[in-house]
Design a protein around this ligand. Structure first.
Ligand SMILES: Cc1cc2nc3c(=O)[nH]c(=O)nc-3n(C[C@H](O)[C@H](O)[C@H](O)COP(=O)(O)O)c2cc1C
Length: 322
């Protein structure tokens, strides 16, 4: 997820049991121009595996060139973004705009598939651009399969919906029934019940988790347990573990991105780990007013010290993108 799932996020999540993971999308054009910031987005580490990279773009030749670069960097998989709903992206003909242009999408798929020799290429899409029925995703998934792509992930919302409404698991099921390559379902999975509903309604082969992992790296192991039918109970972190994990996340941000960026990132990271807890708003407001690492650490310590003994479980900030 753009601006969220950076290397420090993933290192924390890997420790807690995250399996396959994707980097945030990178622009194929920026990558081909050797843009420095884009290179930083692709930063990884040996323990950060297995890992897929994701490309955003709509020009077949440019996408093929960027895809080769991704393969040469040693990623395990390349995913193509046909889901981003952001206006600027869509106005460029990229992301979910390609749902409206299946022929153009096919050209991109073919060019990338030809350029990439060793790793699987997959595609992530929304269920449609404006059309609610899921037909656009079905059409594109079939094209992806015909072009030799290895799997398709479907987020059960249209571009028009952004992040409003509910993800439509039945539409994901339409895609599942239309192709023989694996279909990964995505959208609104925040707990075991939602994961089970997605699997049962759509028949999907796997689940991709987005926002619910923010500030909640324990969810990966918990959901793996549920999905594999294990009877073990859902693990709920203590406030102390939350404190330690948030502070470690901050230290990793400093190590990998430097103090300045780490302090800025803490404005959202601190919110993720504390959303819904008493005093979280005040903590966020205070963190937003400083770039001093020592002060940020002590604000976090003070916040957790002040928590009552019995705390409610924090809520994943599901509306983050709105
Ligand atoms: C802040 C933010 C950034 C995102 N960035 C990406 C991205 O780079 N690539 C992508 O495929 N999806 C991206 N998404 C979409 C998510 O991967 C996912 O499809 C969507 O949030 C629905 O799943 P969820 O309910 O599990 O979060 C992003 C979502 C958010 C909220």
């Amino acid at each position: 997820m753009a601006a969220c799932t950076d290397l420090p996020f993933r290192l924390i999540a890997r420790e807690k049991g995250l399996g396959f993971c994707f980097l945030e999308m990178v622009s194929a054009q920026a990558l081909a121009r050797e843009n420095k910031k884009t290179r930083r987005l692709l930063q990884s580490a040996p323990q950060d595996r297995p890992l897929g990279a994701q490309l955003l773009g709509c020009d077949p030749a440019n996408m093929a060139e960027a895809a080769q670069m991704i393969e040469d960097m040693g990623f395990d998989l390349l995913d193509l973004n046909l889901g981003c709903p952001v206006k600027k992206v869509v106005n460029n003909g990229e992301g979910s705009a390609l749902l409206k242009e299946p022929e153009k999408a096919a050209k991109v798929f073919k060019a990338v598939r030809k350029a990439v020799k060793k790793i699987p290429v997959t595609v992530k899409m929304r269920k449609g651009f404006q059309d609610e029925s899921g037909t656009e995703a079905v059409c594109l998934a079939k094209i992806a399969q015909d072009c030799g792509l290895s799997a398709v992930t479907v987020h059960g919302r249209t571009q028009r919906q952004g992040y409003s409404g509910k993800a439509d698991y039945a539409a994901i099921g339409k895609v599942k029934r239309a192709v023989s390559i694996p279909v990964i379902g995505n959208g609104d999975v925040i707990d075991a019940a939602a994961a089970a509903a997605l699997k049962q309604i759509s028949g999907c082969d796997g689940i991709m988790l987005g926002r619910a992992g923010l500030g909640n790296p324990w969810i990966y192991n918990n959901l793996d347990k549920v999905m594999s039918g294990s009877k073990g109970s859902f693990y709920v972190p203590t406030a102390e573990e939350r404190r330690r994990t948030l502070l470690k996340h901050f230290e990793l941000e400093i190590t990998h991105l430097g103090e300045g960026l780490a302090a800025l990132h803490m404005r959202r990271i601190a919110l993720w780990y504390t959303a819904g807890l008493p005093g979280a708003k005040a903590l966020r407001a205070a963190v937003c007013q400083t770039t001093d690492s020592a002060l940020i650490r002590s604000l976090i310590e003070d916040f957790f010290d002040a928590l009552p003994a019995a705390i409610p479980q924090p809520q994943a900030p599901l509306l983050l993108a709105e």
